[in-house]
Design a protein around this ligand. Structure first.
Ligand SMILES: N[C@@H](CCC(=O)N[C@@H](CS)C(=O)NCC(=O)O)C(=O)O
Length: 222
């Protein structure tokens, strides 16, 4: 039985889960949860995930939510090796740290501005919230300095999570010109992570189109 992923392409965490599954070569049965139709609040979905967030994964009855937990679970269970999520504690803790960076800083700073635009009819971004996004990107640029990857000397699930979020920032209009390492790294992710670019693309296009339909100029320009 293929794994089931409750998914909506516009959602960066959903694409982190999907891109990880596809990088591992897994078959995925996608079930769309349309956030515009508030389907995450349906009785059945909330029974499965009381936090009513997407993504959620159903692996033969084992239900998991939170994209970073899903990504590390998938590598631990299905990875042919541990390269995307190393078993060595000293390497793993750096990957975990950078996953937490995405989970607690990078993605929430995007979501704090983009969710009100997409779902609540807002048409602007507060300057302090915009500055917080660029500040987080400055941190990410530093993380990339030693090796060009987010955590250690090879590509890991931390790259997948941070790259999905960063590409989504770019899709809403965040300007990456001041971050040469980030720009180079996004290209490396596209060419080195199997299926990453194609699986991420649909959501990025939908994100950019949704933004265009809501605002007439780039409200994320620094
Ligand atoms: N930490 C969570 C964040 C998930 C999240 O915030 N998902 C959003 C979509 S991008 C969502 O489900 N929003 C609907 C809701 O909270 O009701 C993860 O990584 O999966």
């Amino acid at each position: 039985m293929p794994i089931v992923l409750y998914h909506f392409p516009l959602s960066p965490p959903c694409r982190t889960a999907l891109c990880t599954a596809k990088a591992l070569g897994l078959d995925v049965n996608i079930k769309i949860v349309n956030l515009f139709a508030k389907e995450q609040f349906s009785e059945d979905y909330v029974k499965m995930n009381p936090e009513h967030t997407i993504p959620a994964l159903d692996d033969n009855g084992l239900i998991i939510w939170h994209s970073h937990a899903i990504a590390t679970y998938l590598v631990s269970k299905y990875g042919k090796d541990d390269s995307l999520y190393p078993k060595d504690p000293a390497k793993r803790v750096v990957v975990d740290q950078r996953l937490y960076f995405d989970a607690t800083t990078l993605f929430p700073r995007l979501a704090a501005t983009a969710a009100p635009l997409m779902f609540l009819g807002k048409t602007d971004v507060e300057p302090d919230k915009k500055a917080a996004i660029y500040e987080a990107l400055g941190t990410l640029e530093k993380y990339l300095e030693p090796t060009g990857w987010v955590a250690g000397d090879q590509v890991t699930v931390a790259d997948i999570a941070c790259a999905v979020t960063t590409a989504s920032m770019q899709a809403v209009g965040v300007v990456l010109d001041p971050y040469p390492k980030i720009r180079e790294w996004l290209q490396q992710c596209n060419s080195n992570i199997p299926h990453f670019e194609e699986e991420n693309m649909e959501g990025l296009k939908e994100t950019a189109e949704a933004m265009k339909s809501k605002v007439t100029h780039n409200i994320y320009a620094p």
